[in-house]
Design a protein around this ligand. Structure first.
Ligand code: ARG
Length: 270
């Protein structure tokens, strides 16, 4: 009798232990993936959660079906395919994006992020996979013909971007002539509404706006002083596991020609 009781207790306890062990797999609900909840037992990553600011067409934006799409998304999807992993995208906005990488809320960020020295102090970056530069958007009849012509003018930018930084260098860090908006489309509408004389942002996005809005009578102005900017994927500092995997993905799509095919150019890093 006592023996039977003991074996029942034993069975119950081992059953509980199995339940507890299985309960550890919470990859479906908490988003960010680490080795424990990557969905299999040998610690290999099978899924990653990526954060983005999907307001940056054609690079990352929401399409008419409500899906997160764009050139950057195609690039990461091509990497994921080669790596045999799944990537889930979360549209969390620009301002909360770096904090989400730093606190591990997402495994990495893909958002046309320029690799800069300041950012490298806070996060780790993959190898560069895309090249861009700043571009000025202004009224067709504006007298702005170069970057320095923006002196004395009001300039709209997306807050905390490299566009914001270059304009701060020209007009002063706390210049009241800088209109720092939450997103690039909002920065551009400030200009359209007459609150700013120009907007500055990454070339792909500025060109896309120009192309899609011919009725706005705008033009773009290039300037040689704008340095080349290289996009990278940002991961939490020290997360070499995710960093190595993403770098491998970039390598694979460079080799198979997918990266050049999606970007529309062959990346040359100077
Ligand atoms: N390349 C610029 C930067 O890194 C702008 C990126 C903005 N991206 C976005 N999805 N809003 O600062």
């Amino acid at each position: 009798m006592r023996l039977r009781l003991l074996s029942i207790v034993f069975l119950l306890v081992s059953g509980l232990l199995i339940l507890v062990a299985c309960g550890g797999d919470d990859s479906a609900d908490d988003g960010a993936t680490d080795t424990d909840d990557a969905g299999d037992t040998d610690g290999e990553i099978t899924k990653l959660v990526a954060g983005t600011d999907a307001t940056y067409a054609p690079m990352e934006y929401i399409d008419e079906n409500g899906d997160i799409v764009g050139i950057n998304i195609d690039i990461v999807d091509a990497m994921a395919e080669e790596l045999g992993i799944e990537v889930e995208y979360k549209n969390i906005g620009w301002d909360p994006l770096f904090p989400a990488v730093k606190n591990g809320e997402v495994d990495f960020a893909v958002s046309s992020i320029t690799i800069t020295e300041d950012r490298q102090e806070e996060m780790d970056f993959t190898e560069p996979y895309y090249v861009a530069n700043q571009l000025i958007l202004t009224a067709e009849d504006s007298d702005v013909a170069s970057f320095t012509d923006l002196e004395g003018k009001r300039v709209a930018v997306q807050m905390g971007t490299t566009g914001h930084h270059v304009v701060q260098e020209l007009l002063g860090e706390t210049s009241p002539d800088i209109l720092a908006a939450e997103s690039m489309p909002l920065a551009i509408s400030e200009m359209i509404n007459g609150n700013a004389d120009a907007a500055v942002g990454d070339n792909s996005t500025v060109n896309e706006y120009l192309k899609n809005n011919p009725g706005d009578n705008l033009k773009t102005v290039e300037d040689d002083s704008f340095e080349k900017e290289y996009y990278g994927l940002a991961v939490q500092k020290g997360n070499t596991e995710v960093l190595d995997l993403l770098n491998k993905g970039i390598e694979l799509i460079k080799e198979n020609g997918k990266l050049a095919e999606i970007s529309g150019f062959e990346l040359v890093v100077e």
